[in-house]
Ligand binder design. Structure first.
Ligand SMILES: *Cc1c(COP(=O)(O)O)cnc(C)c1O
Length: 393
């Protein structure tokens, strides 16, 4: 008997459920058209919102950083991994986000895993939106505080929990995504802030899909709603619109001091490599210099959404460039995605358990790197497959 036979059983389970996948291979950069499994296809599935992942200016700064610093930080941040580029980046991000201080992590995921457990203690309560990102859910699991979940964006349910429980706890912290990544809807931040003020709670917003996308020149959801100074913890990622890798939390100076002592990914995992830091600093500078990238992103998103709407597709109620194309049944969703790939367009199908049963969709991610001809090509492919599969007339 093989010792790891039980893993075969688990993998067989995936196959029986029809969710087993072989990952496609991208043989080049993440751009508008990619070389996927050695086929050229229009890429409608990356988080590289502004096309910065492969921008010549950003690449050049990564090369310069390699030449000066090498390729690795060589240590965790709290020993000798605190390279000056990291300090420069944090100061730049604080200025960009108009917040007192910023702490960077190796990814958005490690930012949530490190920050959430560090800022609560036994006797505190975390209240989390039911559709929050997996990295928030895992950060909350690691925290030694009590937990409650409110129905997605349901302010009545959030207030019910606050009313019932506020008195029993020291700190209460409300945690929400800024932009929900499956539907592209925004958190009701003005209402959340109002409830937090009324019930003396803290607010933590993970703006991974909002930073670089919403607000003035991509300053994020908090800027979009004009709520500067009212959110206690604003998380962003450097892996999506910024185009590189990493995560950060923008907050107050004393929180930064505390996180540098207690956020475990800063103590037990090597710091962001210098080449990534060099690249990120350039990306953030480019956003601060000009809004041409965010403008092109939104122009493209509007163009594509209008096209899909005119064709008769149900594109949900997204308020961002994330465009879900609702298909419904799981098998039909996956078949649609496969048919699009045959037409030369890659869009991942998203089905249960990532989204509720029967609400399968294709999640189109529009980017500033797309040209009109890519979007027209994709619209034509959607029209063809949609008609053939009787999803549109
Ligand atoms: C993508 C995402 C993350 C993870 O960011 P990485 O930098 O890729 O680790 C965290 N939170 C939310 C809400 C996200 O959408």
């Amino acid at each position: 008997m093989k010792k790891l036979a039980y893993i075969d059983t688990l993998v067989d389970g995936l196959k029986k459920e029809g969710v087993y996948r072989v990952l496609p291979i991208n043989y080049g950069p993440c751009s508008n058209v990619i070389d996927l499994n050695h086929r050229s296809v229009v890429n409608l599935s990356s988080n590289n919102y502004l096309g910065l992942a492969n921008h010549p200016r950003v690449k050049q700064k990564a090369i310069e950083a390699i030449e000066k610093y090498g390729v690795g930080a060589g240590s965790v941040r709290t020993i000798v991994g605190n390279q000056d580029l990291l300090e420069t980046l944090e100061n730049l991000l604080a200025e960009f986000k108009q917040e007192e201080a910023v702490v960077c992590f190796q990814s958005g995921l490690t930012c949530n895993l490190g920050t959430i457990p560090a800022i609560v203690q036994p006797g505190d309560l975390i209240i989390s939106d039911s559709l929050n990102h997996a990295s928030i859910i895992d950060g909350v699991r690691l925290a030694k505080a009590d937990k409650a979940v409110y129905k997605h964006s349901d302010m009545i349910d959030l207030e019910r929990i606050l009313k019932e429980k506020r008195e029993q706890y020291h700190q209460v912290i409300i945690i929400s995504d800024g932009v929900f990544s499956m539907d592209g809807d925004l958190a009701k931040l003005p209402a959340i802030v109002k409830l937090a003020e009324q019930y003396n709670a803290l607010v933590y917003v993970d703006d991974a899909h909002g930073s670089g996308v919403l607000g003035h020149s991509g300053r994020g959801t908090v800027d979009h709603f004009g709520l500067h100074g009212k959110i206690d913890f604003i998380v962003g990622t450097l892996s999506k619109a910024i185009g590189v890798v990493g995560g950060y939390v923008a907050t107050k100076k004393n929180v930064k001091e505390w996180l540098l002592h207690r956020a475990r990914p800063l103590l037990f995992s090597t710091a962001i490599p210098p080449m990534a830091l060099g690249a990120i600093i350039e990306s953030v500078k480019m956003l601060m210099e000009s809004d041409e990238y965010t403008k092109k992103l939104w122009d493209n998103a509007r163009y594509f959404k209008q096209g899909m709407h005119a064709l008769g597709f149900d594109i949900g109620h997204s308020e961002t460039p994330i465009t879900p194309v609702m298909i419904g049944e799981e098998a039909k969703t996956m078949a649609f995605s496969k048919a699009l790939l045959d037409e030369g367009v890659f869009v991942s199908g998203i089905v249960f358990p990532t989204v509720p049963l029967g609400t399968g969709r294709l999640r189109v991610m529009i980017s500033a790197m797309h040209e009109k001809k890519d979007l027209d090509f994709a619209l034509e492919a959607f029209a063809k497959v949609g008609r053939r599969m009787n999803i549109i007339l």
